[in-house]
Design a protein around this ligand. Sequence first.
Ligand code: MG
Ligand code: MG
Ligand code: MG
Length: 306
Amino acid sequence: MIYVVGHKNPDTDSICSAIAYAELKKKLGIEAKPARQGDPNPETKFVLEKFNVELPEILTDGSNKKVILIDHSDVAQSLDNLDKAEIVEIIDHHKIGDITTPNPIFFLAMPVGCTATVVKTLYDYFEVEIDKKIAGILLSAILSDTVIFKSATTTEKDVKAAEELAEIAEVEDIRSLGIEIKSKLSAIDKLTAREIIKRDFKDFDMSGNRVGIGQIELVDLNIIKDRKEEIIRDMEKLKREGGYHSVFLMLTDIINEGTELLVVTDDPAIVKKAFGKNLDGNSIWLKKVMSRKKQVVPPLEKAFSY
Ligand code: MG
Ligand code: MG
Ligand code: MG
């Protein structure tokens, strides 16, 4: 049995693409099962319920498992004991991370907005028909990851894949499905500061420094205004507990298209180096920045490297 599993702190793409890719494998006669490394967020829950797709089982330990990694290739984001797992494939849309394998494997990373677009490409490549439900969750993943095509990561391939998937899923208004999906993550009033920080949080090793970058996408930043101080205090706590050099939280405004970046760091100069702006207290406003992968991680990695 091969487990198809996305990254830690799963998002809609890492769960839905795992489900869809496991399904493709099955249709190709390979025994595969989707899995997830954690609880689904409210957006993912909504998507799975909407398209009537079952939540995959939990898998957090790679020991003695055959795995296909989805939507990541960084050790820090992957299964525990990954060195004891057999990685048979990686399907992704991020920069190539630090995972290595002793044997040659099928590794497909495309510079597109969503792993679901890569999975759609593979269905087409193998000439396998996509089920209506699967089309619905793949479409949702694309809308989620590309922030309804607004993110700088969006490519023509994502838009084309989404249109084709919408047809199969019989979704007439792609944009309104997108807003319906994205609004599920704007409900933060019942969340603790830690839950907000960790909702979509990724660990990176930047030139030997532990760096954590979270992101929360909101339809209006006013929703979070009164919670900022509390969140920054908890980011400081998380930084101490986790031995981080820096913890960042992107408060991304999906309507006004920009990000307020909250920062706690050992070296405030790193922010200036990366983004050309001095911190104002614990934050900077980054106009038009919506993508962690494309607009936040690369400048930070560069800033940390010299
Ligand atoms: Mg992801
Ligand atoms: Mg993704
Ligand atoms: Mg994402």
